[in-house]
Structures are given as C-alpha cells and as structure tokens.
Design a protein around this ligand. Structure first.
Ligand code: MN
Length: 319
C-alpha cells in the first residue's frame, strides 16, 4: 500500500509541512499498550493538590524512563476565597518538574529567585538540578474567585552527567506554544517540548523529550508518529479514546511499549490528551521523596545537604 503524503500547517509561521503519512498498521508494528492505570486511590499533596499518581518510577523505572512520575491533580472544584492552598517550601534534587495547567492557576516561587503564575494551557518547567527549594500554590487571583482546578505534574529525569546542573526555570505561556493542525480535521497538537510533525516546541530539555497537548474532536482517528526505542505514554485528561484496541477514559494513563513506531488513536468524544515521548535514560534510579539520583550514597548526600542548608535556602525576599 502506498504511503499518503499528509500536510500539516505550522500555525506559528503558516508554513505548510509535507510528511509521509504515519506508518500504516499493516506495514510496521504499532506500539503495544503495556498497561492502563488510574493511580487510585488518590492523595493530597499539601492542601491544594488532590492527586492520583498514574505512573511512578517506584513501580517500573525502565518502562517509563526518561519520565519518573506523573500526578493528575483534580479535576476538583474549590470554593471562592480558599487562598493560599498548595505545597509550602520543599526541596528537590536530580530531576525536573513540569507543571501543566488545564483549569485554575498555579503560582511558583523558588530558591533560585524564579517565580511565576500560569493559567490554563500554560507550563512551568523547573529544573531542580543540584537543588532548589520551591513552593507551589494556587494562583491567588484565581483562588479568590474559586472554580475548577486541574493540573498535571510530570517529573522528567536528568541523566547522571546533568543531575547537579544549576537550577533553571522556564515559564511557557500560551503564546510560546506552537500548534500543529492534525490531518482530516482530527484536531490540533500544541507542542510544549521537542518536535512533532515538523513543529518545534519552546522548552529546553537535557535529553530528547517530546511533550504534546493534543486536542481531538469526536470521531477523530489518527496514528501518532512515535519512535521505536523511545518511551511513550498518553494521559487522557478529558474524554474517551481508543489506543490500539484498548479504551481509555479521563484520568487513565496509557503506557506504551518502547518498541513499535506509532500508536493508533481514535476519539469517541472530544478528547484532551497529554502525550509524553522520550528517549530512555538507561541509568540506575534511586529515589527518596523529593530527591532522585543514581545511587544510595547520592541520596544520603542530598538528605544531608538539605538538613544542613547546603542544598538551597529560602530567599529572603519572599515570606
Ligand atoms: Mn515540588
């Protein structure tokens, strides 16, 4: 069967991109679904984030590498005036936290002096590296009005050679995120990191990672182009989809096999998907709470550095 040429429009510059159609299922193997998980029961992180941990390196570090953890917070309705909720100052070392807001607002401040507030569609990419203290709170203005809150937080591992990199912080606003139009009116994909169908996202990463905010319309069917040898996972934020032959609903995490070049996705309803796709970091993973390193000795050092104030200090300029 001949390959069809698909056209995608890069809305950032109206450039039309031609590419070979995603591999036909009869030509190459699709990635198999390893599992679908919901991370129930949930738990609270601080008093602001009612989360379900849908994937974690505590269970299968190799299968999800370079990712370490995904928390799906909400959806939950908060009353007006519930200000100041969230997680107060706490440390991290050895990886990056990526926070994506779907509803509500998140306010971040860290010991490197970085701060920012993001709303729906926006992203905070915090590189802990050798160490930060930070706090993550509901955005104040949003909390005064109250309403729906829904956020994902992804932990992205750092390779051993960058685990002690200087801390870094990227606020990625809606205007920063380019959008690819999917063929056949299937919807659109906002590219947060990496490259998808020729559209490159703004996030700086240490290893190859693609993160996509995909919005499908009901009835859409497409093959997500994915690399063989790379980890791929899809979090269903809203709606119901079929991946391969498996049905996944809002709140489900679909973990795919490293092998295979793509995933057949169809949408039973309008759907919002968060697609994580990255080159595995095949190194030992040893974690303890907010620290993720390669060895037990490095974890002991992190705990000791935190205990003695060498990891980082809360800035004087914030209360
Ligand atoms: Mn944190």
């Amino acid at each position: 069967m001949a390959r069809i040429i698909c056209f995608f429009i890069n809305k950032a510059n109206d450039q039309i991109i031609a590419m070979n159609s995603p591999p036909n299922p009869t030509e190459v193997a699709m990635k198999n679904v390893i599992r679908i998980s919901r991370g129930e029961p949930g738990h609270w992180v601080g008093d602001g984030f009612p989360v379900r941990t849908v994937m974690s390196y505590h269970e299968d570090p190799a299968a999800i590498s370079p990712f370490l953890l995904l928390d799906h917070a909400g959806p939950r309705d908060f009353p007006a005036g519930a200000v100041g909720r969230g997680v107060d100052w706490h440390p991290h070392r050895g990886f990056e936290t990526v926070t994506i807001v779907y509803a509500g607002a998140v306010d971040h401040a860290d010991s490197a002096g970085n701060a920012g507030t993001i709303g729906p569609g926006e992203v905070q990419w915090m590189t802990a590296g050798r160490g930060v203290l930070h706090r993550e709170l509901h955005g104040d203005a949003w909390a005064r009005a109250g309403g729906r809150f829904e956020v994902l937080q992804l932990w992205v591992n750092l390779p051993a050679r960058h685990k002690l990199a200087p801390p870094r912080y990227q606020t990625i606003t809606n205007a920063d995120i380019p959008e690819a139009v999917l063929p056949d009116g299937a919807g659109r994909a906002r590219v947060i990191a990496g490259t998808f169908v020729g559209v490159t996202g703004p996030a700086q990463t240490f290893t190859p990672v693609d993160l996509l905010d995909v919005r499908l319309v009901a009835g859409a069917a497409l093959t997500l182009p994915l690399r063989s040898g790379w980890t791929a996972a899809v979090q269903v934020v809203h709606g119901e989809v079929t991946v391969g032959a498996r049905t996944a609903r809002a709140g489900d995490l679909v973990l795919l096999d490293r092998e295979g070049e793509g995933a057949a996705v169809s949408a039973a309803t309008d759907a919002t998907l968060f697609v994580m796709h990255g080159e595995p970091i095949d190194e030992p993973v040893v974690g303890y709470g907010p620290f993720v390193m390669n060895t037990v000795a490095e974890i002991r050092a992190a705990v000791e550095d935190y205990r003695t104030g060498r990891l980082a200090a809360i800035p004087d300029t914030t209360d």
